[in-house]
Design a protein around this ligand. Sequence first.
Ligand SMILES: *[C@@H]1O[C@H](CO)[C@@H](O)[C@H](O)[C@H]1NC(C)=O
Ligand SMILES: *[C@@H]1O[C@H](CO)[C@@H](O)[C@H](O)[C@H]1NC(C)=O
Ligand SMILES: *[C@@H]1O[C@H](CO)[C@@H](O)[C@H](O)[C@H]1NC(C)=O
Ligand SMILES: *[C@@H]1O[C@H](CO)[C@@H](O)[C@H](O)[C@H]1NC(C)=O
Ligand SMILES: *[C@@H]1O[C@H](CO)[C@@H](O)[C@H](O)[C@H]1NC(C)=O
Ligand SMILES: *[C@@H]1O[C@H](CO)[C@@H](O)[C@H](O)[C@H]1NC(C)=O
Ligand SMILES: *[C@@H]1O[C@H](CO)[C@@H](O)[C@H](O)[C@H]1NC(C)=O
Ligand SMILES: *[C@@H]1O[C@H](CO)[C@@H](O)[C@H](O)[C@H]1NC(C)=O
Ligand SMILES: *[C@@H]1O[C@H](CO)[C@@H](O)[C@H](O)[C@H]1NC(C)=O
Ligand SMILES: *[C@@H]1O[C@H](CO)[C@@H](O)[C@H](O)[C@H]1NC(C)=O
Length: 380
Amino acid sequence: MRLASTLASLVVFLAHSTVSQAWYTVIQPLDTIWLSAPDKSINASYLPFGATQTSVWVNDKYGTPRDLVLGYDNVTTYLDPPSRYFGPIVGRYANRIKNGTFELDNVTYTIVKNENDGLDTLHGGSIGWDSRPWTVVAWSESSVTFYLQDVAGSMGFPATVEAYVTYTLYNDAALTIEINATADGETPILLSSHDWWNLEGYYSYDGQNSSILNHTFYTPDVTSYVAADGILIPTGELPSVEGTPLDFRTARTIGSEFNETVDVCGTGCTGYDTCFVRDHNGTDSTLALELYSPASGIKLSISSEQHAIQLYSCDGLDGTIPAKASQGGLDGVVYSQYSCAVLEMEEVIDAINNPEWGIDSIYGPDRPYTWSATYNFTIV
Ligand SMILES: *[C@@H]1O[C@H](CO)[C@@H](O)[C@H](O)[C@H]1NC(C)=O
Ligand SMILES: *[C@@H]1O[C@H](CO)[C@@H](O)[C@H](O)[C@H]1NC(C)=O
Ligand SMILES: *[C@@H]1O[C@H](CO)[C@@H](O)[C@H](O)[C@H]1NC(C)=O
Ligand SMILES: *[C@@H]1O[C@H](CO)[C@@H](O)[C@H](O)[C@H]1NC(C)=O
Ligand SMILES: *[C@@H]1O[C@H](CO)[C@@H](O)[C@H](O)[C@H]1NC(C)=O
Ligand SMILES: *[C@@H]1O[C@H](CO)[C@@H](O)[C@H](O)[C@H]1NC(C)=O
Ligand SMILES: *[C@@H]1O[C@H](CO)[C@@H](O)[C@H](O)[C@H]1NC(C)=O
Ligand SMILES: *[C@@H]1O[C@H](CO)[C@@H](O)[C@H](O)[C@H]1NC(C)=O
Ligand SMILES: *[C@@H]1O[C@H](CO)[C@@H](O)[C@H](O)[C@H]1NC(C)=O
Ligand SMILES: *[C@@H]1O[C@H](CO)[C@@H](O)[C@H](O)[C@H]1NC(C)=O
């Protein structure tokens, strides 16, 4: 068990900010933290382990609360999961690093390679930030902040990074995720929140099993995408989405050009697992995407300053993992192929190995890293 020793020694002291006379308790990595917006329009739960979002509840168009993200009922499962990355913060460098290597100041760094039999690094290596026990440093009824120190040399990265992530729920069913990170030397940083969405909470509105293929997707300012090879390593090309099944500048269902996506998610794979590049390179947060289920009436709108969006259409799920009880898991509902969409706001992936893109993903004492996204849920 990869983290048993870390977990055994972990004790976190927590100041509960909603209580006037501060009291302290012990929060373990697998203790569930519940938040709700003041108006109860949105509730969500978190684990310090991976700073993981384990549920997000909003009402559907009939006023019934639905749990919109994938997860495990038994929190112990997060330690050694059958499908990794259900809801955590991924880092220190999300997505794939070609050959697990990069150059910085004429030094070649080799990061732990944890995918494709050692051909690349995925989500920061075998023990990425999704697999670390974060510390709770602030907690109120509607907000929680986690802290992580990632020491120099960990997974092969240079420099020690300190990171904070804050989840906050607001009235009218809104959620913000804010991340910042500071490093004591130069290092690549590329972070994201890795949630798997089904805007029907796996409920069957029409007698059919819930599928992401009937959700509409809209990316108004995505003009290009990161071309990738058969194992999803960026090739260095940033082609236009024009005339491809990656063009969602007009809202349409994820399934509408699905047959055209053969090989898009790797050799022989049908579906999406793609980094979409926005025509947006700045610090202001603007609308990046909308995901909408006509059946539940729930529309998710994500605004962010981030330059790119990863969409993964849950191509690799195969129905062997039961859904959470809140999603019908006790009645036989399973996490099947194409039943969800992973949406990650991020910088353009593997920019550290593609300097010709002109994207600087190196951070350090003079350049703190920030990431934010607002998730608004409305009924349409
Ligand atoms: C949130 O939880 C409260 C109970 O604390 C409940 O009344 C409300 O319906 C929940 N809202 C949603 C959207 O799940
Ligand atoms: C949760 O999973 C752990 C590890 O598989 C197991 O030991 C434990 O009994 C499970 N707990 C429940 C309540 O099922
Ligand atoms: C791939 O990484 C290894 C170290 O793991 C290194 O020896 C080799 O030179 C790298 N190959 C390329 C093409 O960069
Ligand atoms: C890297 O190597 C080149 C060529 O040897 C040299 O000109 C440059 O100053 C070096 N850069 C750093 C940061 O050491
Ligand atoms: C990062 O976030 C934490 C928690 O909100 C805050 O205390 C800290 O000042 C922030 N640091 C930077 C560099 O923005
Ligand atoms: C829904 O999925 C379950 C589990 O895979 C399967 O047994 C059932 O036949 C499916 N129902 C429909 C209506 O497709
Ligand atoms: C999409 O919706 C239509 C109409 O409700 C339904 O017949 C079809 O089975 C759905 N397809 C998927 C893949 O869920
Ligand atoms: C995709 O191909 C299958 C099998 O050839 C066909 O039944 C289905 O209608 C096609 N779907 C779309 C959206 O073109
Ligand atoms: C993004 O903006 C920065 C600052 O204006 C600029 O230096 C950089 O070249 C731009 N990058 C891209 C890929 O447009
Ligand atoms: C999203 O929700 C936030 C918080 O309630 C709000 O400030 C913002 O205006 C909303 N954005 C959109 C696009 O609805």
